[in-house]
Ligand binder design. Structure first.
Ligand code: 4AD
Ligand code: MG
Length: 432
């Protein structure tokens, strides 16, 4: 273990002898040479086995290795621009830890997505998937970093809940001893309670929606981060989401360039993500759609093609605000100047990814909220504790939720959110 070096750190060991512990990713042979491409989770590196440099047994062993054999290699690091990653290792030692007992099912040639998804537990080893999920890990770090730098306290919300947050149509119901519970759709209601106790908070966890939609943007289990600010307004939420997205993208550009290169991501598109972001009133968004030839009626919610048409007009995320009350959740505060509108905002990512953030200012008046809960047909009993927040020192407050997988899809330039979570859960996918 002591002298093990990770491939991502090879640059710090040029002209030194190092040990890599990993797996055989690929292999080529040419006369007196074997090229072993090794992966260790942090990158891939080419090692060269020259017949004249090693024992006949070692040369033979290298020649017989098969894909995904676990191996420990030793050798000298050389800088070589032509090699993947920029370094090459002149192999001097090789140990086979375990040879695969069967042929590895994922071959370098193209496979269909269904096949790859069935083998997700192995597919994670491939370069592109590795790059996406390393970027995801960095995005999650950047999220925590952003909120901690701004004095937010991380207070998590429960996963088992007695009530709905985002409407009752897509709830997962589970047996809870002699009772029923629901898997959380959003941690928001609890984050509101936490905000009244800690001021500025965020919760971050898995959320669940029994979405019957089979789109490239929908998962049934996805991760959401939800900041909530006591005394916050709609304007505060808009400013926070702008600074937040800029922070995440900047950190990925700084720390995850090799992964973005593996994904052949257009870096100029990410470098353009700078404040201020364009803002669009719902009314103006409707006008834009109509002018763009879409027959969209005022009052409706935007679908994927609508969001795409709007986002294509900009090179950075667009904040659409003041949606009609009727299409938003029960907790949204109405606009004092126009009772038909709500103090809500959605952030639409560029390049057709669609909505990545939804949020706004919350109803803080006890009577209005009680009426809203009744109007939405929600069970009064389950919301008693939530109404207490309006009974004891109610204040204006606001927050938002950001979907991690859609954000990762956008940053990575990946078509489908299913590749942006290690083990996706979808309408027709519960395994592996
Ligand atoms: O817009 P949503 O439904 O907002 C809420 O849940 C609020 N309670 C959040 C808040 O104000 N605290 O969801 C927020 C985000 C969406 O913008 C999207 O990025 C993501 O969650 N999201 C999904 N991601 C993947 N699959 C799904 N089925 C998703 N549904 C929402
Ligand atoms: Mg939404």
């Amino acid at each position: 273990m002591s002298d093990q070096v990770y491939i991502e750190d090879l640059g710090q060991h040029v002209d030194q002898e190092v040990t890599l512990k990993g797996w055989l990713y690929n292999k080529r042979s040419k006369g007196k040479l074997h090229f072993l491409i090794v992966r260790d989770g942090t990158g891939i590196a080419q090692t060269v086995v020259f017949k004249g440099d090693v024992s006949p047994e070692l040369f033979e062993l290298a020649g017989h290795l098969t894909q995904e054999a676990s191996i420990i290699v030793r050798g000298q690091v050389r800088a070589d621009e032509r090699a993947p990653g920029g370094y090459e290792i002149g192999l001097t030692g090789l140990e086979l830890v375990a040879a695969p007992t069967e042929e590895y099912p994922i071959q370098p040639q193209e496979h269909g997505t269904g096949f790859l998804m069935d083998h997700r537990h192995l597919w994670l080893r491939s370069r592109k998937q590795n790059a996406i999920l390393r970027i995801r890990s960095e995005v999650i770090f950047a999220i925590h970093e952003f909120f901690h730098l701004r004095g937010f306290t991380h207070v998590d919300s429960p996963v088992f809940t007695p009530n709905a947050c985002e409407g009752t149509t897509n709830l997962f119901e589970v047996d809870y001893f002699d009772d029923k519970a629901y898997l959380t759709q959003s941690g928001q209601l609890y984050a509101e309670a936490s905000a009244m106790a800690f001021g500025k908070v965020y919760c971050f966890g898995p959320t669940f929606r029994a979405e019957k939609s089979k789109t490239r943007r929908h998962l049934t289990e996805f991760w959401m981060v939800e900041p909530e600010m006591a005394y916050g307004t709609l304007e505060d939420v808009m400013q926070l989401s702008e600074a937040f997205l800029c922070h995440i993208v900047a950190r990925i550009l700084e720390k995850r360039r090799p992964e973005l290169e593996v994904l052949e991501r257009d870096l100029a598109k990410l470098e353009a993500i700078q404040a201020p972001f364009p803002r669009l009133h719902y009314d103006d968004a409707v006008k834009m759609l109509n002018e763009g030839g879409i027959d969209f009626e005022w009052g409706g919610d935007f679908g994927a093609p609508d969001e795409t048409l709007i986002s294509e007009k900009y090179d950075r995320p667009v904040l659409i605000h003041h949606y009609p009350r009727a299409i938003k959740a029960f907790y949204m505060k109405p606009d004092a100047e126009n009772d038909k509108l709500s103090l809500s905002v959605d952030v639409i990512a560029p390049e057709g990814v669609g909505e990545i953030i939804g949020g706004g200012q919350r109803e803080d008046d006890l009577q209005v909220l009680e009426a809203k809960i009744a109007e939405h047909g929600l069970p009064e009993e389950a919301f008693k504790w939530y109404l207490d927040l309006r009974r004891y020192g109610s204040v204006p407050h606001s927050g938002f939720g950001l979907g991690v997988e859609r954000t990762v899809a956008w940053i990575c330039g990946v078509e489908h959110v299913r590749e942006c979570i290690p083990f996706p859960r979808m309408l027709y996918r519960l395994t592996p």
